[in-house]
Ligand binder design. Structure first.
Ligand code: FAD
Length: 473
């Protein structure tokens, strides 16, 4: 009898999980989780992300008990897994959800898929359209995908195979001894994701559109679902449908339309990396790779450890170090500072920043990093002023002082302008002069005719076609 081998990866949930659902239909299936140590050391990956995904894995293992199944841990890479399947199974079929990820994963995944060919089925996930590279129809299809029925739990398993793989308990014991993290880092799992969604829709979303820009307020007002989407502890479709059901009944529709728009953006950005995996290493507009050809390790180290001499920026970095999350506006400012004021190539800074994000989603991260570095060719460059953001988002400097207590006695104005004359770290750049230098350099190439021609092609491949306001459906 055919054994269905379901390989799970970043889709750590029981519901609306295509590989799990379709792989279970013959009721003779096993579920395998691929744990590859080297994957967690790849471009931008880190142990805080592993910890979060492991929380999700534990809950999924519990949920699978209900259907008489469990997670079997396979330790190794895709090639090892291929050999194991080959050695242990004759009559089998593999089910796996697609996942757009970094090169290390992509290369192994491609080899694995190509080897098994007719013995493997890859399912769409994360709102992606695997074979659709046409941006016009992509946008139209998205609503259709989001409105499809949410898949139920897998069928009961009657599989009796004696599987010689790492036992879940000993895997957990091994992992836990290596994973110690700050308590402020988000915890994973479907029940936490559901609670977050419920409280967000019920009351936390009040004022979402304006409060999301503040590093102080956004911690509570934003949905905080991002790592759950990254590790698939909840499906975007489920969230989209729950939101649509509630929208007509809720007062603050504008806030929730903004949230809905972001669900679309999530998929739109991941699709960019799926369409052009080279974006992990190359600028969307290739001419921009000639802009910043040198880097300064010492300067980058000061930036990532929050020692730039600009209190607001340093406070953001300290917050990110302990919490593993910060809001969109601050991420944009942090990146803008590195790429414009410090004039460092995004390829050097992006993975360091990614490692701090529990929600690191390569498709979103890499595209956003490129946008905030002015290298896409299709977005107008925006240089964030750290001074202005400091004054706008934390006028009394309470938040800054809570993170940098050594500045407690200083006047907010002095803190915003980083005029601390020897009482704080020296500034690593001159804000105004560095912004002017960057603006001149970026605009000097943007005026070029060849640049504009190439930018048109970039737009055709990656530009958003969504001009209309999103409707309730
Ligand atoms: C330099 C930079 C790097 C980023 N890296 C990541 C990343 O690795 N992973 C990640 O999920 N987001 C990333 N973002 C986008 C955004 O900052 C986060 O999605 C958001 O802050 C997550 O918090 P939340 O879940 O409370 O978001 P909410 O505001 O509640 O938004 C809901 C969801 O919409 C999606 N979303 C929100 N904003 C964006 C956006 N601008 N682009 C695409 N999708 C969006 C996310 O899935 C998010 O969870 C990055 C932004 C920048 C500027």
């Amino acid at each position: 009898m055919t054994t269905d081998i379901i390989i799970i990866n970043r889709n750590l949930r029981i519901l609306d999980n295509a590989a799990l659902y379709y792989g279970s239909l013959r009721s003779n299936y096993i579920v395998v989780y691929l744990y590859d140590e080297n994957y967690w050391k790849a471009n931008g990956k880190s142990s805080r992300q592993l910890k979060f995904s492991n929380d999700c894995l534990k809950e999924l293992n519990e949920d699978l008990r209900e259907v008489h199944s469990k997670i079997n841990i396979f330790e190794g890479n895709f090639d090892d897994l291929k050999n194991w399947i080959h050695a242990n199974y004759k009559d089998y079929f593999i089910h796996m959800n697609h996942c757009t990820d970094v090169g290390y994963f992509r290369d192994g995944f491609e080899r694995f898929k190509n080897y098994f060919q007719k013995k493997i089925k890859i399912y769409d996930d994360f709102g992606l359209q695997l074979d659709n590279f046409d941006r016009d129809s992509w946008s139209k299809n998205w609503n259709h995908i989001m409105n499809k029925d949410v898949l139920g739990p897998p069928k009961i398993s009657h599989n009796k195979d004696e599987i010689q793989l790492t036992d879940f308990k000993s895997y957990q014991a091994k992992l836990n001894s290596n994973l110690k993290h700050s308590k402020s880092i988000q915890k994973g799992g479907t029940s936490i994701a559901n609670d977050l969604l419920e409280t967000f829709l019920e009351h936390r979303c009040e004022g979402y559109r304006t409060k999301m820009s503040s590093p102080v307020l956004s911690e509570k007002t934003c949905s905080r679902l991002s790592p759950h989407f990254t590790y698939g502890s909840v499906s975007i479709r489920q969230v989209y449908q729950q939101l649509n059901k509630l929208l007509p009944l809720l007062n603050n529709k504008k806030d929730l339309y903004s949230f809905k728009k972001r669900l679309y953006w999530h998929c739109h950005f991941v699709q960019k990396l799926h369409t052009e995996p080279e974006l992990e290493f190359n600028s969307m507009h290739r001419m921009c790779d000639d802009l910043r050809t040198e880097h300064d390790d010492e300067m980058i180290e000061k930036w990532i450890t929050g020692k730039t001499g600009f209190p607001f920026l340093d406070a953001c970095m300290k917050f990110l170090q302990t919490d593993g999350w910060i809001n969109f506006r601050m991420r944009a400012m942090i990146m803008s500072f590195a790429s414009y004021n410090m004039w460092q190539p995004w390829q050097k800074t992006s993975p360091l920043l990614a490692r701090l994000f529990t929600d690191y989603e390569p498709g979103i991260h890499i595209s956003q990093v490129q946008m905030q570095s002015g290298v896409t060719g299709i977005n107008l460059p925006r240089i964030y002023s750290v001074t202005k953001q400091s004054m706008d988002q934390d006028p009394n400097a309470y938040w800054i002082k809570s993170l940098l207590p050594e500045l407690k006695k200083f006047d907010p104005k002095i803190i915003h302008n980083a005029n601390l004359n020897g009482s704080y770290l020296p500034k690593i750049v001159d804000l105004k002069a560095s912004a002017k230098f960057a603006r001149d350099r970026v605009w000097s190439i943007r005026k070029d005719k060849a640049f504009k021609e190439e930018a048109k092609l970039v737009y055709l491949k990656h530009g958003s076609r969504r001009k209309r306001k999103l409707t309730a459906n």
